[in-house]
Design a protein around this ligand. Structure first.
Ligand code: MN
Ligand code: MN
Length: 298
């Protein structure tokens, strides 16, 4: 079971220049092959399917626990998309004024036709996220290698989206996720080392650019966020300490498990989407309301 908190892992700044095409680029980090939906569903299914967990408990705990963190990442990316889309078109309920006219020229029409200017489980080209992105082989070493590869691919995609989109809301989100993804890369590398004895850490970082080149990531690393693996449960997944220990391969500080999730921030409340909604309040006919109430309550 999952316990849910109505919080975002970080505080997202309001966008400086809302942009539908920037929102489309960010969609890759949500519903792309290497997006947060993929990391979430890969680790979730691998944890459901994990056999022999009595003898391999630390590895089971690691995969299950990181799966829980990935939920908070699909939240962050979705909110970023919503914020980039919010205010991109005139908002009005008079259809004759063609309030969505500018949407004809944007990259992803689904944001305006299939949704109310909101995030969708699709990639940057509008292709729906797909269950074939989940790899769950039944072989722990193979799954861990896959997860290491997936996190490195996710990191490459994040860096490129950072290079495409300069809005502070996108960069704040990408900066934080580069740090957290970096933690997952190191965690899976350490798990592979535990199983095989190979020093995977010598490959890092992949891609070569350090997180310290990204100001929005560097500020978190200064506070030591790259040393922390959050434990997303009060009582369970405690054996992650068997894998998340020792030093960080890049800058050496001691790794530690923090008991509990990040403190979190209230999610932003964005304006309503008026284009398909009927007016409420004074515009409603009181007699009609009375009639509805009579039918509902008898
Ligand atoms: Mn993630
Ligand atoms: Mn991850």
């Amino acid at each position: 079971m999952i316990l849910r908190m109505d919080k975002l892992a970080i505080e997202l700044p309001m966008p400086k220049h809302p942009s539908p095409n920037s929102a489309s680029a960010v969609q890759e980090l949500l519903g792309g092959k290497f997006g947060e939906m993929s990391t979430l569903m890969n680790y979730t299914f691998q944890s459901f399917n994990f056999r022999g967990r009595k003898t391999m408990r630390p590895f089971y705990d690691l995969i299950a626990n990181i799966a829980a963190e990935e939920y908070s990442h699909i939240e962050l990316v979705s909110y970023t998309i919503n914020m980039l889309l919010s205010g991109t078109m005139s908002r009005g309920s008079d259809p004759t004024k063609t309030p969505l006219q500018d949407a004809v020229g944007v990259r992803n029409h689904y944001h305006y036709i299939a949704s109310g200017q909101t995030a969708l489980p699709v990639d940057s080209m509008g292709t729906p996220w797909n269950g074939s992105y989940v790899f769950s082989s039944g072989n722990l070493k193979l799954d861990l290698l896959h997860n290491f590869f997936l996190e490195c691919g996710a990191r490459a995609n994040k860096i490129r989206v950072y290079e495409m989109v300069d809005d502070p809301v996108a960069r704040e989100m990408v900066g934080y996720l580069l740090v957290r993804g970096g933690v997952h890369i190191v965690a899976y590398a350490k798990a592979i080392e535990r199983l095989s004895g190979v020093d995977v850490g010598k490959l890092l970082p992949i891609p070569d650019i350090s997180n310290k080149r990204f100001p929005e990531a560097a500020k978190h690393e200064k506070r030591g966020l790259h040393q922390i693996l959050f434990r997303f449960s009060k009582e369970d997944y405690g054996e992650i300490t068997q894998i998340w220990n020792g030093t960080h391969p890049e800058d050496g500080p001691t790794l530690r498990v923090e008991q509990g999730p990040p403190e979190g921030f209230a999610p932003p409340d964005l304006p309503e989407e008026p284009q398909l909604a009927s007016p409420v309040g004074p515009d409603l006919d009181p007699a009609f309301l009375k009639e509805v109430a009579k039918r509902v309550y008898g």
